[in-house]
Design a protein around this ligand. Structure first.
Ligand code: AMP
Ligand code: MG
Length: 491
């Protein structure tokens, strides 16, 4: 059994509402993350118990189910009250490292914040989130985790009847920028302070005794988020819906909706069907992250300093550090991806030149970096690498020119080339959950009750840095680069 130790419920009752998951008729377990369960102190549970607990049919002793209230800027527009409309927090547990984790059901029925929604999720987004979040974790990207996926045995209705499902999400906390915005919009300084103190205690205890802990809080979230977005971009990930209610205060990737990994590189890539203006496009992510942080800053203004002008000054200074922070994180990661370990602008120019070529000749993002490690030695065969780029690239000298510049720089490291190549293979994944395979995985699960693809992916993600021949069919992007992949919000 999970050993709950809940703290969010000690905050005043206007931070949340008590609500139990709605029981479902015939739950069945799709996947259970036994490894994660062990880390959370959940051993030896019977299949039936697991199914009942993570479908919301049984409430464990110690669990105090609630829905949290928050607001948020969605596509730039402020919505004063959103809240968990289809998520219910069961409570908190300590993991084996002593870290506090939230255990939350997503898709477990209506809550006081559901508005017109049914509080449910269908199988497709549940599978997507399970796979992508666990993949992110294995690529060392901070993220919420997936503990369980359960079919409810009930249909839900979107444009058609679809199988209902519930995901159990594990997070350092589910507190978002939107939780602060909710109280700021109500001019409730008292609640803002309580929330900020709670967050500092839970996530950033080291800043507690700073001269201005609330300003430090902004700085800490900024640092975490600038690293997070840099990490996303270094693996070609597009979150898709970076609204302020989908940005975690702890710096974890949260709310996997219309997200995706790019196949071929395009800095303006957008997947989400509702992102008409490219607000959350690949290359716009740092700018939007900074914009979201400015919403957090605005919410924190009254508790940072009683003099508003001074508070604004302090926050502006903090926000201005975002660009530099992001850039140094992004440069460091990208420079590492091409096998260098400098942090020079000159090295990053090399990365930028490569990205420009990848953009121009539509090269596969993941495999370009992966294959570079195979050609650190100029005597090695280039053909697989070249095949990643559009044919016109082969008739131009640009790629060769870039390769010579790159190799020259590699040589200056005075390291054994095989060591460099090995190091690159530990940084650049061979596999990512490619969109067309995720779609196939969902279709097979939905139409044929066939989870073999999902199982393959779960195995691949145990070691995404290893090229495994048996999984070759998951390695490549679809041949047709003109296929425009579209993702839909995870409802
Ligand atoms: P999202 O875009 O998934 O982050 O959701 C935005 C808001 O809509 C959040 O407050 C969600 O809780 C709510 N929401 C999304 N889907 C549903 C649903 N099926 N039923 C009720 N609320 C929902
Ligand atoms: Mg959300």
């Amino acid at each position: 059994m999970l050993n709950f130790n809940n703290t969010f419920v000690t905050l005043p009752e206007y931070f949340y509402q008590e609500v139990n998951p709605t029981k479902v008729t015939n739950p069945s377990l799709i996947k259970f993350n036994y490894k994660l369960a062990e880390e959370l102190g959940l051993y030896d549970s019977r299949l039936e118990d697991i199914t009942n607990i993570f479908s919301g049919n049984i409430i464990c002793p110690g669990s105090q189910p609630i829905a949290q209230v928050y607001a948020g800027h969605q596509f730039g527009h402020f919505v004063p009250r959103l809240g968990d409309g289809r998520a219910i927090l069961l409570g908190e547990v300590f993991d084996s490292n002593g870290y506090r984790k939230d255990i939350q059901l997503k898709g477990s029925g209506r809550t006081p914040y559901s508005r017109g929604g049914d509080g449910r999720a269908w199988l497709g987004p549940v599978i997507r989130e399970y796979i992508i979040s666990e993949f992110m974790h294995n690529l060392a990207v901070p993220t919420t985790r997936s503990l369980a996926a359960v079919l409810t045995g009930e249909d839900i209705y979107r444009q058609e009847a679809l199988p209902g499902a519930i995901l159990t999400r594990v997070a350092s906390s589910h507190i978002r920028i939107g939780n602060f915005e909710y109280f700021a919009a109500k001019d409730d300084t008292e609640a803002l302070k309580l929330l900020a103190d709670y967050v500092i205690d839970r996530h950033y205890p080291l800043i507690k005794n700073d001269t201005n802990p609330y300003l430090s809080l902004l700085g800490q979230v900024l640092k975490k988020q600038s690293l997070l977005v840099a990490k996303w971009m270094s693996i070609g990930f597009i979150h898709g819906v970076m609204n302020t209610d989908n940005m975690s205060i702890s710096g974890e990737t949260i709310d996997y909706g219309p997200c995706a990994f790019m196949d071929y590189y395009d800095q303006n890539m957008v997947f989400s069907s509702i992102d008409n203006y490219g607000r959350y496009a690949y290359n716009n992510q740092p700018k939007i992250c900074q914009w979201n942080l400015s919403c957090l800053a605005e919410a924190l203004l009254p508790i940072i300093d009683s003099n508003k002008d001074h508070s604004i000054e302090l926050c502006t200074e903090a926000l201005n550090s975002f660009n530099q922070d992001f850039k140094s994180n992004f440069y460091r990661l990208m420079i590492g991806k091409i096998g260098l370990d400098g942090e020079l602008l000159e090295d990053f120019m090399l990365v930028q030149d490569l990205l420009d070529l990848m953009q121009k000749y539509k090269a596969d993002f993941t495999l370009t970096f992966r294959y570079l490690s195979k050609i650190v030695d100029e005597n090695n065969d280039l053909s697989s690498f070249l095949k990643l780029f559009d044919e016109e690239a082969n008739t131009s000298s640009e790629l060769n020119l870039w390769l010579s510049k790159w190799r020259l720089r590699l040589k200056s490291h005075n390291l054994d080339l095989s060591k460099i190549s090995h190091r690159m293979d530990l940084i650049n994944p061979a596999f990512i959950p490619r969109n067309h395979k995720i779609e196939e995985m969902i279709e097979k699960a939905h139409l044929n009750n066939d989870y073999s693809l999902m199982n393959d992916f779960l195995e691949i993600m145990e070691n995404p840095f290893q090229e495994q021949d048996i999984f070759r069919k998951y390695f490549f992007a679809p041949e047709n680069k003109a296929l425009n992949y579209v993702t839909f919000c995870g409802t």
